[in-house]
Design a protein around this ligand. Structure first.
Ligand code: UD1
Length: 426
């Protein structure tokens, strides 16, 4: 088993270039299957979620090649398989985008139900509602979702919940449908705009992404395209929060500052110093931190993906802070582990009450999801002692070689191997 060994009381100091956005990349790679042409996708993060998707694309018959780091060419002309191997898609949440894509390309798809995950129940009823409105029949047989349509036809779809996944998935299925699709109450995340820009580069006609009404005029086929993935606002936010928590100083480059507005605003409120340039953000920690009230919401609200890292920062702000998780009800699994490190947190429904201003102390902890894992790294960096963090595979899903990235920021985190049986605290 791999784990991270984190020396406490370290301060971030340095400069880091932000990688391509995971949540855009995990939709854009499957979207390449919507065309018979060759596409070039650049600025892909080197994370395990992308490795898994490349394996799936290969298994479906696509030719995936690379000439430079972070850049892939995908030739889907030979794809004739609408049923991704269960062994590759099982437990891989973002595999749900293969539904929209294969339905859009072949009019049918058979895929294992995307597993629940560590954020509590994550239904896909809104995805299904969209496919059904487009004329597909959806059946669940022995855990396999089978979706079929003689012909996909544009439809008017009103989403009951604001969902990133459903918005993208319906868009993917609708771009080659006959006629016009309108998605109302759509999610507005920048990653959705990025996916639409890629689809439009291939010849699709999607307008309105970034607002809550998306209009798609179906086209019979798509062509070749080149696309560069947008910067990952969640990775940027993680480094920014880590800098404020360690009272360090960092220049985070190649970002789109507008995407970081809710994070910049909250960090200022907590007392950090921020300077914003055209494509960079400078963060300087402040020894005096203030408590805050954080509520997660769909974009442009404070991102749920930064809720756990923000919680660690607030443990250092003397006074009472509140975090209300409005997006995923089960997204508090990091709380018990943080308490082991001395954090004073009480949970009441969707709200965490944090009594801040107390020193964290190292403990063996285990990441149970990606962003919770990032939070424990920040907790390890500020705590007294040396933290041993297991569950690194969750972190590798979305942060590229995290220990190397942190080294660029002047802090020392080591990846080590240990037998599972002797992991402390197991
Ligand atoms: C995406 C992101 C994830 C982020 C989340 C919210 C990817 C691969 N993942 O996840 O990092 O935390 O957006 O910003 O992009 N819901 C339903 N029915 C549905 C779909 C969703 O009830 O059919 C609910 C979910 O349970 C959740 C809320 O809607 O409470 C938002 O989920 P959604 O935006 O769909 O999240 P994901 O797309 O899974």
């Amino acid at each position: 088993m791999e784990y991270l060994h984190i020396k406490g009381k370290q301060k971030i100091k340095g400069e880091i270039r932000v990688n391509g956005a995971k949540n855009a990349a995990v939709a854009i790679l499957p979207a390449a299957l919507l065309t018979e042409g060759v596409v070039k996708i650049d600025n892909l993060p080197r994370i395990t979620d992308i490795d898994k998707l490349v394996d799936i694309l290969n298994a479906l018959g696509a030719k995936v090649s690379s000439s430079e780091e972070r850049c892939l060419y995908i030739d889907s002309s030979g794809v004739d398989n609408f049923s991704p191997p269960p062994s590759l898609v099982n437990k891989f949440r973002a595999s749900y985008y293969l539904m929209g894509v294969l339905l859009g390309r072949f009019g049918k798809v058979a895929i294992p139900m995307p597993g629940g995950c560590n954020l509590g129940p994550r239904p896909i009823d809104q995805h299904i509602k969209g496919f059904t409105a487009l004329g597909a029949k959806v059946e669940l047989e022995h855990g396999i979702v089978k979706i079929k349509a003689k012909k996909l036809r544009g439809a008017h779809i009103y989403l009951d919940v604001v969902s990133v996944g459903a918005t993208i998935n319906i868009m993917l299925a609708a771009v080659r449908a006959e006629g016009k699709t309108i998605i109302e109450n759509a999610a507005k995340e920048p990653e959705i705009v990025d996916v639409a820009n890629f689809l439009n580069a291939m010849g699709a006609q999607v307008i309105g992404t970034g607002t809550d009404v998306i209009k798609i005029q179906g086209v019979p086929e798509l062509g070749q395209a080149e696309h560069t993935i947008i910067p990952d606002r969640i990775e940027a936010g993680t480094f920014m929060i880590a800098t404020a928590a360690t009272r360090g100083e960092a220049l985070v480059t190649e970002v789109i500052p507008k995407h970081l507005d809710p994070i910049i605003a909250k960090l200022k409120e907590v007392g950090a110093y921020l300077e914003v340039g055209p494509d960079w953000v400078k963060v300087k920690g402040n020894n005096v931190l203030f408590p805050a009230d954080v509520k997660t919401f769909p974009y442009p609200g404070f991102p749920t993906d930064l809720q756990a890292p923000m919680m660690v920062l607030l443990t250092q702000a003397p006074g009472i802070s509140f975090i209300t998780e409005n997006v995923f009800e089960g997204r508090f699994r990091h709380v018990d582990e943080l308490k082991k490190m001395g954090a004073r947190i009480k949970l009441g429904g969707r709200t965490a009450i944090i009594e801040g201003g107390y020193e964290l102390v190292s403990a063996p902890v285990r990441a149970m999801d990606l962003r919770g894992g990032a939070a424990f790294i920040i907790a390890g960096l500020i705590s007294r002692g040396e933290t041993v963090l297991a569950g690194v595979e969750h972190i590798d899903r979305g942060y590229e070689f995290i220990e190397e990235r942190l080294k660029q920021l002047g802090v020392n985190v080591e990846r080590k191997i240990i037998s599972d049986e002797v992991f402390p605290g197991k």
